[in-house]
Design a binder for this molecule. Sequence first.
Ligand code: F6P
Length: 318
Amino acid sequence: MGNNIAIICSGGDVSGMNPALKHFVEYTKANKLTPYFVYDGYEGLIKNHIKEASYQDVAGIINRGGTKIGSARSKRFEDAKYRQIAKNNLDALDIDMLIVLGGDGSFRGLHTFYKEHGVKFCGIPSTIDNDIEGTDYCLGVDTALNIIKTSIDAIRDTASSFSRAFVVETMGRDCGYLALITHITSGSELCLIPEKKYDLKNYEEKFIQEREAGRRYFLAIVSEGIKQNSNEIAQWFEQKIGIESRVSVLGHIQRGGNPSIYDRLMAYKFVAFAIDGLLDGKDESVICYTKKGFEYKSIENVAFKKKTLDEELLKYLE
Ligand code: F6P
């Protein structure tokens, strides 16, 4: 085994990546390894945008969202020809261990790379969607939830003042985790997520009665993955419940911002476990966090299965 190890951010960036980069440099050096940064995701592997990392590179980044080394979704890495170029670039620098901060698609990419070229890797689940099977927690989720919380608290101020219904759309692609946790923790009146069938008719009588009893406003948390458009939900509030409505699509603000304490801490732990795993002969794994603590899981059990939402959490929608 060589002494050179690289880290890559791939796919949607999350807050927590920068604290992870910082600890990567510290922990590799403490273990007498030489740290490298791969810039701009797998594209950086192909373009040979790989540089040795220093303490200076990571000074003053712990409080910054996003990732200092950039991230990307690389189409070219799906092509064997470009993966060969990536391998040649790593060989030239004698790098045979990779850590990737990303989602299941990114892990599948490195799985293919490992099968073809034997480059060892450990994945660190990183996506605000929290949609990776095998882990209860993905880096960036806590910061995203806190940003949503702050936004909803502000929206509540205007909704209650102006007697309106607000349909707040959260990210998550096909996963309703962000919306569901927000619903539970913000006390919203309605939550619509792709994992749970719904019929708006079922809410009509209750909401109309609440209006008659004096309710001034409604908050509806809607995940971007549901079939209906958020504007349709707002129209439903206007037409069926009889309350003026607005839509607020939170969008990419959920992906950025000052990393929360929890994400900083998780970044440190994920990185340390990933490096320990690679040094301990775990050649192809993902470091997952569950009620049992941190565990190394195989790619098959993480990147090739669909995540389902926790039944206990789903009960809050009943
Ligand atoms: O996977 C993270 C995520 O932010 C999703 O929640 C969202 O659907 C998607 O990425 C947005 O992608 P893009 O940044 O390419 O618009």
